[in-house]
Write a protein that binds this ligand. Sequence first.
Ligand SMILES: Cc1cc2nc3c(=O)[nH]c(=O)nc-3n(C[C@H](O)[C@H](O)[C@H](O)COP(=O)(O)OP(=O)(O)OC[C@H]3O[C@@H](n4cnc5c(N)ncnc54)[C@H](O)[C@@H]3O)c2cc1C
Length: 418
Amino acid sequence: MDSLPALGFTPAVGDLPFTAQQRSLLALAHELGRTKFAPRAAQWDREAAFPMANYEDLRTAGLLALCVPKDHGGLGADYATYMLVAAELGRFCGATALTYNMHICSTMWTGVLADGIAMTDAQRAEHAHRRELHFRRVVQDGAIYAQPFSEGSAAAAGRAPFGTTARKVDGGWVVNGRKIFASLSGAADYYGVLCTEDKGDEKPDARDTLYLAVPATSEGFTIGGEWDPLGMRGTVSRNLGFKEVFVSDDEQLMPRGIYFRGAQTWPAMFFTLAPTYLGIANAAYDFTVSYLRGEVPGEPPVKRRMYPTKQVAVAQMRIQLESMKSLFTRAILEAGPNPSKDARMRLYAAQYSVMEGANDIARLAIRTCGGQSMMKHLPLERLYRDSRCGSLMLPWTAELVLDRMGRETLYEPGERDE
Ligand SMILES: Cc1cc2nc3c(=O)[nH]c(=O)nc-3n(C[C@H](O)[C@H](O)[C@H](O)COP(=O)(O)OP(=O)(O)OC[C@H]3O[C@@H](n4cnc5c(N)ncnc54)[C@H](O)[C@@H]3O)c2cc1C
């Protein structure tokens, strides 16, 4: 046990033996979320507008550089610390937490994750040189990075090469293609695009995946399409077009071939969308408790807690939430390169439990609190809609997680049926 002062609130991930840095970051995220992000959340949802004011606050608080290593001027948070902070933000504004994930991953994948991926000395030196530029943009200029991978094909599920291509030319790359569901579209300064190296007439190969930062101001880069979805409306995830877009060699976020190796080495890199939804599950649970106790600010102080069915429902919600938190914390504490088969299974189980569980809890919350609770001036109906989106996120949608778990349980690597 450490002797640090109590936080004064239970974090979305539960009460754990946090480090001093984790404790202060959690306190910061909680305070920003409670005082700034929660009061603004309805506005982004109503207008399907990006939470720019929240990003100003994240920038001022130094949180855009959360995972930039300390020797590059960032806060140097590791994987687990990011996941704790993200869950706390998700509790107050899902769209902010989800888009923050896209931004943070651009620094975490190139930072702490890349450090755990095998590279030659030449690749390591190239990466050290190039990431310096990206980290400086985030630390000094407060730049925001997006992470558009999805294309509407099997590529984002990891089952085919990306259709967006990059052709090597003198001093850089020429990018052509299209992305869908690009969160932070119109808000980001750089778009971290996954694309396949175009090697002329050879067959495209996923091992030739490149991870390039396309500046928002690039010629030939366009944003289009409607954005009027069910939930997570503040993510503004529109389509991107790339027509002969030139980017310099320095925009390479990882050396050639390293993204593909990273995805195989560090499966937990795909678990980083889950904390947003653990936060949303906490918010739905917290709301239900306050509502049944007659303590929601601005609402009549009518208590509904005396009905046994409501008590049972709250107990069910708490049981599911506790099991989600346990799986989640185990998964983030053991996350690292080359996990054992058991650790990988736990990771899938954690992803599935959180993504499906958040919506289960929001659904129970609405049933339990009743009709008045789902009015638009209260957060529950937004939490319900936002929570539905978690298990749609590739590459680990709920369906694909079941698919992977079943196959990887029953087949060892290389095994086939005759
Ligand atoms: C709010 C929100 C924000 C998003 N932000 C981003 C972002 O910033 N960047 C980004 O890259 N993407 C983003 N996405 C996209 C997301 O990751 C998915 O790519 C998208 O939801 C897939 O939708 P789709 O209809 O194209 O899926 P499809 O590819 O048509 O798949 C439909 C379903 O079929 C299943 N499926 C797909 N492939 C297979 C397969 N090979 N085998 C078995 N089952 C399969 C999956 O369960 C999938 O959910 C976002 C999505 C949402 C909802």
